[in-house]
Design a protein around this ligand. Sequence first.
Ligand code: NAD
Ligand code: MN
Length: 500
Amino acid sequence: MASSNQVNAVVAGGEPRPGTSGELGTVTNPADNSVVATMEFAGAADVDYSVQAATAAFPDWSTAPPSVRSSALLRLAARLESRAEEYAQVESAQSGKPIRLTREFDVPGSIDNVAFFAGAARNLEGKAAAEWDGVHTSYIRREAVGVVGSIAPWNYPLQMAMWKILPAIAAGNTIVLKPAAITPLTSLMLAEDALAVDIPVGVVNVVVGSGAVAGEALVSHPGVSMVSFTGSTPIGQRVMELATATVKRVHLELGGKAPFVVFDDADLEAAIHGAVAGSLINAGQDCTAATRAYVQRPLFDAFVAGVADFFSGVVLGDPADPATDMGPLVSRRQQLSVAGFVDRARAAGATVVTGGAAPQGELAAGSYYLPTLVTGAAQRSEIVQDEIFGPVLVVLPFDSDDEGLALANDTPFGLAASAWTTSLLRAMRASREIKAGCVWINDHIPIVSEMPHGGFKQSGFGKDMSTYSFDEYTQVKHVSMDITGVARKSWHRTIFTTTR
Ligand code: NAD
Ligand code: MN
């Protein structure tokens, strides 16, 4: 895209338009920090306009037969298929993701999400009816919540937009999505494609603006019934606080610090491969990425050597080149933040086995950081406890199984984890004892549309994807119908005794 590419920050109420905040937004390609697009950011007035559009669309959309919502999503899936390469290119350019990743993971994964929710939309139901007291028939309705205000992060821009939009609209809600200000382009494309396939005007609305202005306006808006947020734990706390004023339903998918526990009977080769892929996917900017490898003492040295060997062979380069393994981080800011964590760990006495710097030469113009392996860090230190969101893996040894599992649980986060073992008992024990929303055994990262994603502890609450997400995006209504037809019901005796 040319650097003069000016885009509209708002696709709401059926048409694209510039924002009116007066703030100029710039989308850059972190491979060389060139400008990909600019826009006039949305402000509070644009959020209000979008919420009104979503409110107007709600009555018809929420009462449409599920087959209508389902076929709308099927049309969207077909549209995305036909534009898959374009989505892959734009997603790569705005975020620095290698094109291999966007072609093989982000885009097909997103299309699969749409296809899944097209089916799931037709499988929403309440429980069967019965007469629990003998004189009323009860049944359960699952109803849409209303206008959902969603806020997404920059690490998987298209997929996070999908995870927010799909369960919400499949269940009959309408949505206003605010993508991350630095990676909004594929969300805007998606909103335009929703219109192109005749998803009714106002069902899917996207507003691009800063978190402080557009984000806070959306979370605070009285017309929004539910807030669904994916992002960092501190901003999630702020979102929850803002939601209290109007008692909004809140769904939070927050940070992670996934442990990767290698027992001494593990397939070492599989664990090494898994650690490399699990920690470097998306340059480590993944909330479920392997960040803390705990390796039982007998395998520790071989594991460190094996991972270090792979790390030094990873090909950093232009994200547009299919030969590139790892692209830059999303921004200069993120690069400096990651570097800060590693520098402070080094100063505190940890060993940087490989990496630990930005690459020199041609890549210095971009926001790159080398795959970095750290040992010798203290369990209570920042690099082990805090989310780094970069290509940094810390490896620590453990002795007993008890110790390994206790260390795995020793952070405030609980999003995802993996355990590596050939023992059935150890696998069963790890899957039961690790406090996280997902535990992989002998793998790390793979997800499917059919299964829920969401955190324990300070990683948040509520589930994305799968039919579990409908627990967030619907509200349960109990309908109780008298089946006696009598005017004077037996329970009235407790209130009055006279007969008229
Ligand atoms: P972030 O918290 O900085 O921003 C997330 C979103 O919130 C952005 O759209 C931002 O503009 C908006 N925002 C910022 N301040 C706001 C405010 N005051 N009010 C309302 N909205 C505001 O996160 P990020 O840096 O974009 O993304 C990385 C984070 O996201 C990591 O912590 C990562 O773990 C998390 N994440 C979690 C999951 C999950 O499923 N649990 C998935 C992906 C990313
Ligand atoms: Mn960018």
